[in-house]
Write a protein that binds this ligand. Structure first.
Ligand SMILES: [Zn+2]
Length: 335
């Protein structure tokens, strides 16, 4: 069946491009994705030095099933942010809960030795010559590696046994050696609290200073950037309402898929809205006028986020960067 051009692991399915010049893959590790002709040529020229970036791309694809990889994505691979350790464990827990949604259902978690021997056998023999046992182990392990951004069985085992089981108590095991786990009552509580906000929504809430100077930023960069990613930009001053503005803002935030926050002008409202969005578990995309053009510094609470900085005369760059970042984090939107 061949190898995945991203992770080199075996494929379940592969389709040659039709008239749209797009290759379609179903990889045992990355899952389903497509890739344009140009991107596929670029990818084939990547050397070993890009291995870590490709590992992150594999995880990004696993979390955004069906995404289409363009040469634009590959040119900005170094922008993929590696989640924190806690986020990785939580993504793994969420994956377990969606693959095993019934309370009390058993989850195979294997152990490091079984995982490593299956991965070694895969390296040496290729998938088709593996024993049936090893094939099913590989089918189990590879998606977990991608979901948890893990490089190897060591990391995966550490996340499952040390973090989710011993430290946090989100999994329960009969005993320490068990290769079957169940999500604990505490784990279910956490999953239910942390359900990501509004996965079906197409609304992108735009938080920014409503100053005439900034109107072109919205019209020529933020708005089309969001639309290109497949979502619907809404700015509260353009949204007709009769309620008090703050009630309206909160109601709209609760219905949104994510927030784009422009901190130019350092408005209190922008800090409030992005903070509220973080509290709801919504992704926030941070943008601001380039420090070389801005008069004030960002507040210390937000300056560690990964900002897109824009320049007045290069709004096309902001537009493309915003689209790319939204698509990388959330996948193409429904519109
Ligand atoms: Zn792959």
């Amino acid at each position: 069946m061949g190898q995945c051009p991203i992770c080199q692991y075996p494929l379940n399915e592969y389709h040659e491009p039709g008239d749209r010049d797009v290759y379609i893959f179903d990889c045992k590790k990355c899952g389903k994705y497509s890739i344009t002709g140009t991107a596929s040529v670029m990818l084939s020229r990547f050397t070993e030095k890009r291995a870590r970036e490709l590992m992150f791309l594999s995880s990004t694809v696993r979390h955004n099933q069906g995404m289409q990889i363009s040469s634009e994505h590959l040119r900005h691979l170094d922008e993929i942010r590696e989640p924190s350790f806690g986020e990785r464990a939580e993504q793994l827990l969420n994956y377990f809960s969606s693959a095993h949604p019934r309370v009390g259902e058993y989850i195979s978690i294997l152990d490091r030795m079984r995982m490593e021997s299956a991965l070694t056998a895969l390296n040496n023999q290729g998938y088709d010559d593996l024993t049936a046992d090893n094939q099913s182990r590989i089918d189990l392990i590879l998606p977990l590696l991608a979901v948890s951004w893990s490089e190897n069985a060591d990391e995966l085992e550490y996340l499952i046994r040390e973090y989710l089981y011993r430290e946090m108590g989100y999994l329960s095991l009969e005993d320490d050696q068990s290769i079957q786990a169940r999500i604990s009552p505490h784990g279910w509580d956490v999953i239910n609290q942390h359900l990501p906000g509004n996965p079906q929504s197409d609304i992108a809430f735009v938080a920014m200073w409503f100053d005439d100077q900034l109107a072109p930023i919205f019209e020529t960069a933020i708005k089309p950037g969001i639309i290109d990613a497949g979502y619907r930009p809404i700015r509260i001053d353009q949204h007709e309402h009769i309620n008090r503005i703050d009630d309206e803002i909160i109601a709209l935030l609760r219905k949104s898929r994510f927030v784009v926050a422009d901190f130019t002008g350092q408005r209190g409202g922008v800090y409030f809205e992005s903070g509220f969005a973080l509290g709801l578990g919504l992704p926030v995309f941070w943008i601001c006028n380039d420090p070389s053009e801005a008069s004030e510094e960002l507040h210390f609470d937000v300056n560690h986020y990964n900002f897109i900085f824009w320049k007045k005369d290069r709004l096309d760059i902001l537009r493309a960067a915003l689209t790319r970042r939204i698509e990388a984090e959330l996948g193409k939107g429904p519109r």
